[in-house]
Design a binder for this molecule. Structure first.
Ligand code: PLP
Length: 459
């Protein structure tokens, strides 16, 4: 057992007063706060008393490495001084302004965002987060095409609001399926669990695309307003599309006048080692939605970046939609500072290198050593470890849509040892802040390595 991953003791940063305040916060939380995606009486949320860089301090003062960037959004980690300073300055200058006015922070944020997107994407409609960005993207595509149907993939996540949860291709949408609102799901390209019997990426790209083409044909190509895709699906497993797949999807969309929407809410802003995940491929979407990493979540912000053709639809025609806090100056100032910091500090290249030279190779070692690890995959600071009962059959350690008890045990053990990845179904996701140090990420992977023994014991 490595000395480095013995239980993390408190490091003295947190005072008794802070711990007492945290205990009070926990009590009030349980009395008054309703949590997302949870049975309220079954949860015991971790209290966070402080955070800096890639580390957080829990309610007992324990220092824990955040391998999940919270919910995969603190791309610059916590307490980035330039982002904090920009928010403070903006608060003193002009704390808020309605969306109908022009504002320097908002304009500059829009300019910086479109500058990082290729093709003729030149305008941004700002939202409060990712789900509403997808809602508006689809509404724009429907008005642009005059069509209603929207296609999205199973094993994808697009948000928790009305349309976004219907676009979502995992069990979380079941409760609202009745209001599916013109959404049709298709099977994604996912080589490790190919729905098409493919044995390699080439076959998967071809077969998954043929399936999608058939779905478009059967639904009526002239009825389909948009195809919505995560260029690299995040919550559903960080599975990279096989080479050629996204390019074929774009061709299909171009042929039939279907709007191609890439949901880059999780994978964007450097997470995948490029400004946007789709930039790993030879594709130019019509619309890109974003949120999270745009300002590391310091102030809520999302948006819809659209190309000139979509924009032209609303040049002379009213766009029937808006949000009170669209392009909020505090969020926009944070975005400007975060984007500039990513550039100035070489954060995205760092994440790309860390993925290729440190995280990827270390996860491959884990896979060699742990029989419970079926697959490891990812890019940049965006990685998944998939746990299986049996490597041959690839049967997941938990049935689809469920969490095996051992997954919760692994998470508890990780926390005890001082590092927390993200968990979903039979997977652990390793998504640290992009600017994490090599030393810290190796510590986190040592923790995961040791916790994985619990899974080995049950397979
Ligand atoms: N789209 C993707 C790909 C996401 O990962 C998420 C959130 O995790 C969303 C949309 C929803 O974003 P939000 O929670 O900000 O509404």
């Amino acid at each position: 057992m490595s000395q480095t991953t013995q239980r993390q003791e408190t490091d003295g940063r947190i005072t008794e007063e802070q711990i007492a305040a945290g205990n009070r916060a926990y009590e009030l939380d349980r009395e008054h706060v309703f949590h997302s995606w949870s049975a309220q009486d079954q949860i015991s949320p971790m209290t966070v008393l402080d955070a800096e860089g890639s580390w957080i301090w829990d309610g007992e003062g324990n220092k824990i490495l955040d391998l999940a960037s919270q919910l995969i959004f603190t791309n610059l980690g916590h307490k980035h001084p330039k982002v904090i300073e920009a928010i403070k300055e903006q608060a003193e200058k002009l704390c808020t302004v309605a969306p109908q006015h022009a504002n320097d922070a908002r304009s500059e944020a829009a300019r910086l965002i479109v500058e990082r997107l290729a093709g003729d994407i030149n305008h941004v409609f700002f939202t409060n987060g990712g789900a509403d960005a997808n809602e508006h993207a689809v509404r724009m595509a429907r008005l642009h095409t005059g069509r209603h149907k929207v296609l999205s993939a199973y094993r994808a996540y697009h948000g928790g609001t009305h349309l976004a949860i219907n676009l979502t291709g995992d069990p979380r949408r079941f409760a609202s399926d009745k209001a599916s609102d013109g959404v049709v799901h298709f099977m994604p390209a996912y080589t490790y669990r190919s729905y098409f019997g493919a044995e390699d990426d080439k076959q998967e790209a071809e077969r998954a695309f043929n399936h999608l083409r058939d779905v478009v044909m059967l639904e009526g190509a002239d009825q389909v307003a948009a195809i919505v895709l995560e260029a690299i699906p995040g919550t559903a497993g960080i599975y990279l599309p096989p080479p050629g797949y996204l390019e074929s999807v774009q061709q299909l969309c171009d042929e039939h006048g279907i709007v191609l929407i890439f949901d880059e809410v999780m994978a964007g802003f450097g997470r995948a080692g490029k400004w946007f995940a789709h930039q790993h491929f030879n594709v130019e979407p019509d619309i890109v939605t974003f949120a999270k990493g745009v300002n590391s979540g310091y102030v809520p912000m999302g948006g819809v970046a659209m190309d000139d053709a979509i924009y032209a639809t609303f040049a002379e025609r009213v766009y029937p939609g808006g949000l009170t806090y669209s392009g909020h100056p505090l969020a926009a100032a944070a975005a400007v500072a975060a984007i500039n910091a990513m550039d100035d500090e070489g954060v995205i290249d760092h994440a790309q290198r860390l993925g290729a030279e440190v995280i990827g190779p270390r996860l491959e070692e884990l896979k060699d050593r742990h029989p419970s690890v079926g697959d490891v995959r990812g890019v940049g600071a965006f990685w998944a470890i998939e746990l299986v009962q049996d490597r041959e059959t690839r049967e997941p350690i938990a049935p689809y849509g469920q969490t095996a008890p051992v997954m919760n045990e692994i998470m508890a053990e990780c926390r005890r040892r001082g590092a927390l990845p993200f968990m979903n179904m039979n997977r652990l996701h390793i998504c640290p802040p992009l600017n994490i140090s090599e030393e810290d990420v190796l510590f986190g992977l040592d923790v995961v390595d040791e916790a994985l023994r619990l899974a080995d014991d049950v397979v």
